[in-house]
Ligand binder design. Structure first.
Ligand code: AMP
Length: 111
C-alpha cells in the first residue's frame, strides 16, 4: 500500500518527529499554517476519522495531544485541533491525522 504517512511512520520518508508513543507518531507539518503546526497520526493505517474504531488508539491520539500541549506550555495561550475528513474538508492525505495549530491568533470561522 502506498501511503505517505505510513512511510513516515516506517521511517522510509524523513520527518521532524516531536512526539511518539506506542500508537501515535507526531511530526511537524512540512507546510506549516501557523508557527506551530504538528500532525498527530495513528501508527495503524486508518483512512478517515469515521474508520478509527479502536478505542485504544482513539484515546492514545487525544492523550498524545494533551501530553504534548502540556509539555510545550501551550495551555495558557491555547491551540486548535483540526481533522479534515473527505473532499469537502480538503483532506489531502488518506491517513487519519490531527492537526495541532498554535503560535498565532487563529481566526473563526475557518476558510
Ligand atoms: P490534510 O490537508 O488535512 O489532509 O493535511 C495533510 C497535511 O500533510 C498538510 O498540512 C501537508 O502540508 C502535510 N504534509 C504533506 N506531506 C508531508 C510530509 N512529507 N511531512 C509532513 N507533513 C506533510
Amino acid at each position: 500500500m502506498d501511503c505517505l504517512f505510513c512511510s513516515i511512520i516506517e521511517g522510509t520518508i524523513p520527518s521532524d518527529v516531536v512526539y511518539e508513543n506506542d500508537h501515535v507518531l507526531a511530526f511537524r507539518d512540512v507546510d506549516p499554517q501557523s508557527p506551530l503546526h504538528i500532525l498527530f497520526v495513528p501508527k495503524v493505517h486508518v483512512r478517515r476519522f469515521s474508520e478509527l474504531s479502536d478505542p485504544t488508539v482513539q484515546t492514545a491520539l487525544f492523550q498524545a495531544i494533551a501530553e504534548y500541549a502540556q509539555a510545550e506550555g501551550l495551555e495558557e495561550d491555547g491551540y486548535r485541533i483540526v481533522i479534515n475528513t473527505g473532499q469537502l474538508a480538503q483532506q489531502s492525505v488518506d491517513h487519519l491525522h490531527l492537526h495541532l495549530l498554535s503560535g498565532r491568533q487563529l481566526q473563526w470561522p475557518p476558510g
